[in-house]
Design a protein around this ligand. Structure first.
Ligand code: GRF
Length: 202
């Protein structure tokens, strides 16, 4: 059975989509642990509800040591690290040791509306201001840069003139909940091959 670790910073609705995928049998893996870089977030309660071991590593306490501490907790015992709304940037050894074994979900169509400082509702505000007619979400591998690793899959949503950022965020989030479990399943079943900057779905 494949083991994954899920890293969160907030409500954990993406974590929930993974739990639901496992429980309905569409995702064949076990969540070894959940790690949050913030205390008191609802995602931790979700982990507790399903008896998933959970750790809190406060970003303000660990700062530059956060990534190494995560590596310390995980060892090399997991097949995939999933960043599900995790807001800290992973750095250093973990990126090398888990090359093409860390995925992130971003709530826009990368390479648009991403990079440093682009997270949460800000992404959707920028999307609306820009006037684009389509937005969506992206699941990608994590490398040294922010939001720049090979793209595994993307799902799109329309952007309507009447939308505000909160409405658009909800619409995108619904697609995130499909995209993330699907990408994890593709990886764990060996259907994903990374070729340079591109991903081939086999
Ligand atoms: C999602 O939009 C995710 O793409 C972004 O942060 C949000 C987290 O949502 N990185 P949740 O904590 O999974 O509910």
């Amino acid at each position: 059975m494949h083991k994954i670790a899920v890293l969160i910073s907030g409500g954990g609705s993406n974590l929930q989509s993974i739990i639901d995928g496992i429980n309905c049998g569409s995702l064949n893996c076990e969540i070894k642990c959940v790690i949050s870089d913030r205390a008191g977030v609802y995602g931790l309660e979700r982990a507790q509800q399903y008896n998933i071991p959970a750790y809190v590593l406060e970003r303000n306490l660990y700062r530059e040591k956060l990534s190494d501490e995560i590596l310390h907790i995980l060892g090399e015992d997991v097949d995939l690290i999933v960043l599900a709304g995790f807001l800290s940037i992973l750095k250093g050894e973990i990126i090398e040791r888990y090359k093409n074994k860390i995925v992130n979900i971003h709530p826009s169509l990368i390479p648009s509306f991403c990079g440093n400082g682009m997270y949460g509702i800000k992404v959707h505000q920028k999307v609306i201001e820009s006037g684009v007619k389509v937005s969506g979400c992206t699941v990608h591998f994590v490398d040294k840069e922010t939001d720049s690793g090979p793209i595994i899959l993307q799902r799109t949503v329309p952007v309507y003139f009447e939308d505000d950022a909160a409405i658009l965020q909800k619409r995108v989030l619904q697609e995130e909940h499909k995209a993330l479990p699907e990408a994890i399943s593709l990886i764990l079943t060996g259907c994903v091959e990374v070729v340079g900057k591109r991903v081939k779905l086999i």
